[in-house]
Design a protein around this ligand. Structure first.
Ligand code: GTP
Length: 931
């Protein structure tokens, strides 16, 4: 579709470019110049605006005209419709009389000037002639007619119509058809008094007589010629069939019954006509006509049969036939008008439409209660060619719907992948069990404690103990439940947090009373703190002779955990998992903490929760352990879990028993998923499987895209950019060092770098190599790992790569401080980037004395430069990195060899080159950092 430029639209709307651009600005459409291209929606909006302005102006003018035209409309006559004029022209004086008496249309006169500008001159002349003819025919006193209300000469009428049109276009109030109000009165008077208005034949005879009168012959001849010209065109139209006759009916708004004046019509041939023929049609206001009728129809002159008859002097028979035909058509018009009036009387239904995105023509039509054809027609009117299946953008659709009479509400559609977690009304919330995770240093007794709790509180009633089926279970304490996530360590914890999910309400930190606070204890504290989860400390192994709970308490204060008895707010319970001592107290304290947290959920809603773990079962397919957080999960529910979907086929509780539903905080094993979800994925019940599948598919695609990007994580290099963009307000760091002293020093120095814009947060500091756990914590907290004199182990490196966590390694403490500082101020050193120059494939190898092994190569890609950095790649693995030592073409040393040429390459201090290896030449380029 062709684009519309501002100046084109200005031309079309007949306004200046500046005026148009001013109006556009009012409409909120801004363009640079008159050459700017406008969107279709904008063009429609502007056109509609102008159209509305014009309508308003016309309506105002019409009102003024009506107000100015006293005496009442009933006395005015100015037949505006082709049918009316036609009847009059055939000499049917009584028609004119009736119409004049019912007062049709001064409006019509104005309309003739307004809406039929082109034909205005001719029409004015025709009207004048018709009136003359009618008067003569009716009264038989032409002298009186001409004396009282001299007919406007055609030229004058044409000029008048033209000036009327010009005024209209110029926005000047047109003068109401000044000469016309007098005529109807005359006609009416004459026709009422004179019995001469007896019928068509008489009037025709009158016309003929008048034509024979001496002195008038010339005038009649002129008029006859003018009429011939008009009627020629009309005759052609007449041949197009009844369609033409129907047109006035389309314009009509209502049908008026016979007026008293018409009822008193004298007897004659016309009197024998059915009463329905005397019904008058009131035309629509001019603007409606202008809108509804195409230009060519509006321009059409009228009065065909009268002129035709007068001109050709056809036989009476013919005229009668014609008259009958007209009557038939008028009857049809009347029926149509009746139906139309009935339609118009019916209450108008205004549709309310909510648009959420693009929509097809067909769908829009359906929504606004129109036919597709109506919408297409509207679009065509705006210069937009559309098919039924054309997709309309939301703005265009809104404009169309509004213009076609609907009330439109536009709502942007949320991406389908995001399932909104609707908040529950406070009154729907009910208390739910707390979800607890046990954390602590290795061998401090996490597993023993979980076991002891389970055995004392779950198995007590069941002989022979219980086999735990899933990675979570519930225990009962004083008729209240506590849910334990059986995932010792931080893996599940951090994995979940990395996905933005938080399953845990409370963390139980296990510290062995004989061992005290250890590195993983600190890690656990930092994890819990980063997640904002309250900690209940279980000081374990108090049965041990060397147990020293107070020392543990003392150590914990260093990490901000101060026991209640020392004035702090951390609950610390001495326990022995081995001896099952203090367990109830620990559980009670846990419940107390939960009470303070007021953990509530609405069980009466579609379930939502977290995937705790998932595995593929040979017989049962994907099996996921899920923790319901809100609502109740039921068998048969359709759900989406991360990027997978499914329908709950069966539910099993922590004892492996089949259940029908799972309430908030209940862990449950779910069967029926399409694939394996990931730990930490959020699951949500949706209405139907189709929607679930749709969301899951979109999420899969989204995840793929995210993996490709692997960006979005904080990195020191673009820290400043992220700070500027307001994306980063806190710089989270995980600091690992070789000794505790350096870690502490680093922590203090880095924290001091905090500014008003960015706070430096050391979320974890520890001694030893960078581990996978560090990476997981960093990933969950969007942190950067700083390694001082330590290196990441293989797993950590891999995990960091996968999670997109940045690990920065240093050997000098000041370097760390300087770099973080520089990153925060956007002044980091230029980035070094590798640029590959080219590749060469080794086709043969030669041993050259004193030089070593030389590779005979073909440059397959780019170029190879002498002394360039190079690496040898064998089966996709880099086996050597160094520099090109020699480069020869035949026996000559060359600086570079281009693609497609053979060459000999010698590598610096590397002779183990083999046939099939690829030598990649590259250089390191310094790229200036962009702020
Ligand atoms: N004396 C005594 N020993 C305990 C107690 N709790 C655990 N242990 C012992 O401590 C050792 C480690 O206990 P676990 O429960 O495996 O400790 P953990 O923290 O789960 O260890 P990881 O699973 O390796 O992280 C075992 O030999 C337990 O028997 C206790 O309360 N008293």
């Amino acid at each position: 579709m062709a684009k519309t430029r501002v100046y084109e639209l200005a031309k079309e709307l007949r306004v200046s470019n500046k005026d148009l651009m001013d109006t556009m600005a009012q409409l909120g459409i801004y363009t640079r110049s008159h050459m700017s291209v406008l969107e279709n929606g904008e063009v429609i909006k502007i056109r509609n605006h102008y159209r509305q302005m014009w309508r308003a102006a016309r309506a105002a003018k019409l009102k003024q005209q009506q107000a100015a035209a006293a005496p009442p409309v009933a006395e005015a006559v100015a037949p505006s419709q082709p049918g009316v004029e036609k009847v009059a022209a055939t000499g049917q004086a009584q028609h004119i009389t009736e119409k004049a008496a019912t007062g049709q249309p001064r409006q019509g006169a104005a309309k003739a000037a307004v809406t039929r500008p082109e034909g205005g001159a001719e029409k004015a002349a025709a009207i004048t002639r018709l009136q003359q003819g009618a008067e003569k025919a009716g009264a038989g006193q032409p002298q009186q007619v001409s004396g009282k209300a001299p007919a406007m000469p055609p030229a004058e009428a044409a000029a008048k119509a033209r000036s009327e049109k010009e005024r209209q276009l110029a926005g000047v109030e047109p003068v109401p058809a000044a000469a016309q109000p007098e005529r109807p009165r005359e006609q009416e008077g004459k026709e009422r008094s004179g019995k001469q208005a007896a019928g068509k034949q008489q009037s025709r005879a009158g016309g003929q007589q008048a034509g024979q009168q001496p002195g008038r012959a010339k005038k009649r001849q002129e008029e006859g010629q003018a009429r011939r010209r008009e009627n020629k065109g009309q005759e052609q139209e007449g041949r197009r069939g009844p369609e033409r006759e129907e047109r006035p009916a389309r314009v009509d708004q209502q049908v008026q019954v016979l007026t008293p004046a018409a009822a008193q019509r004298p007897a004659g041939k016309g009197a024998g006509r059915p009463a329905k023929n005397k019904q008058l049609r009131i035309p629509k206001p001019p603007e409606a006509v202008t809108k509804d009728l195409p230009e060519k129809r509006r321009d059409r002159p009228a009065g065909k049969p009268a002129a035709k008859q007068a001109e050709t002097g056809r036989s009476r028979k013919l005229v009668e036939l014609e008259q009958q035909r007209e009557e038939r058509l008028l009857r049809r018009d009347k029926d149509k008008n009746k139906a139309k009036a009935a339609q118009q009387e019916a209450p108008k239904v205004v549709r309310r439409v909510t648009l959420t995105g693009s929509i097809t023509v067909q769908e829009l039509a359906k929504r606004i209660g129109k036919t597709a054809a109506e919408v297409i027609k509207f679009l065509m009117g705006q210069g937009v060619m559309a098919t039924i299946n054309k997709e309309l953008d939301i703005d265009t659709a809104a404009i169309i719907a509004q213009d076609l009479g609907a009330i439109v509400e536009v709502k942007e559609e949320k991406p389908l992948t995001v399932l909104e977690d609707l908040p529950d009304a406070p009154e729907t919330l009910q208390e739910r069990p707390p979800v607890v995770t046990v954390m602590g240093h290795v061998d401090h007794g996490k597993t023993s404690l979980l076991d002891a709790i389970r055995r004392t509180n779950v198995t007590a009633t069941e002989a022979g103990g219980i086999t735990q089926h899933i990675g979570a279970y519930q225990v009962k304490v004083k008729n209240r439940k506590i849910t334990f996530l059986d995932t010792p360590g931080h893996e599940a914890f951090t994995a979940m947090r990395a996905r933005g999910a938080q399953a845990t309400d409370i963390a139980i930190l296990v510290v062995a009373a004989d061992d005290g606070v250890m590195p993983q204890t600190v890690e656990a504290i930092n994890h819990a703190k980063a997640a904002g989860v309250p900690i209940v400390v279980a000081i374990n192994k108090i049965d041990r002779p060397d147990a020293n709970p107070d020392r543990v308490k003392q150590q914990l204060t260093e990490y901000g955990l101060v026991p209640e008895e020392w004035g702090g707010d951390t609950i610390m319970v001495p326990v022995s998992a081995l001896k099952k001592e203090g367990l109830n107290e620990l559980l009670e304290m846990t419940l107390l903490t939960a009470d303070m947290m007021e953990l509530k959920a609405n069980p009466n809603r579609p379930a939502r929760g977290i995937v705790i773990e998932a595995q593929l079962d040979k017989g049962r397919g994907p099996v996921a352990t899920m923790l319901v957080q809100k609502g109740t999960l039921k068998v048969g529910d359709n759900l989406v879990a991360g990027a997978v979907y499914g329908r709950v086929r069966a539910l099993f509780d922590d004892k492996g028993e089949r259940v029908k539903s799972a309430e908030p905080s209940m862990p449950v094993e779910v069967l029926g998923l399409s694939e394996l979800p990931q730990a930490g994925d959020i699951f949500q019940v949706v209405e139907d499987e189709k929607l679930a599948r749709q969301i899951a598919t979109l999420r899969q695609e989204e995840r793929r895209q995210e993996e490709l990007k692997a960006a979005g994580k904080t990195s020191l290099d673009d820290l400043f950019k992220q700070m500027e963009a307001g994306e980063v307000k806190e710089l989270n760091l995980v600091v690992k060092g070789d000794v505790q002293g350096s870690v502490e020093a680093l922590r203090a120095a880095l924290e001091q770098l905090s500014t008003s814009e960015v706070k430096v947060n050391i979320i974890h500091g520890g001694v030893g190599a960078i581990t996978e756990t560090d990476v997981m914590l960093a990933a969950a907290s969007k942190a950067i790992i700083i390694g001082f004199n330590v290196r990441p182990d293989a797993n950590a490196r891999k995990a960091a790569e996968e999670a997109g966590v940045e690990i920065r390694l240093y050997r000098v403490i000041y370097e760390i401080i300087d770099e973080v500082k520089a990153a925060m101020t956007g002044l980091l050193e230029p980035v070094k980037r590798e640029v590959v120059l080219g590749r060469a494939e080794v086709r043969a190898t030669f041993k050259v004395p004193k030089v070593g092994t030389v590779a005979g190569c073909l440059v397959t890609d780019g170029k190879i430069q002498n002394r360039a950095l190079a690496r040898v790649i064998r089966d996709g693995v880099v086996v050597f990195e160094g520099r090109i030592d020699s480069l020869k073409r035949f026996k000559d040393d060359v600086r570079e060899v281009a693609q497609g040429y053979e060459c000999g390459i010698g590598l610096e201090k590397y002779n183990d080159i083999k046939e099939g290896d690829v030598i990649e030449a590259y250089m390191i380029e310094e790229v200036k950092r962009e702020l």
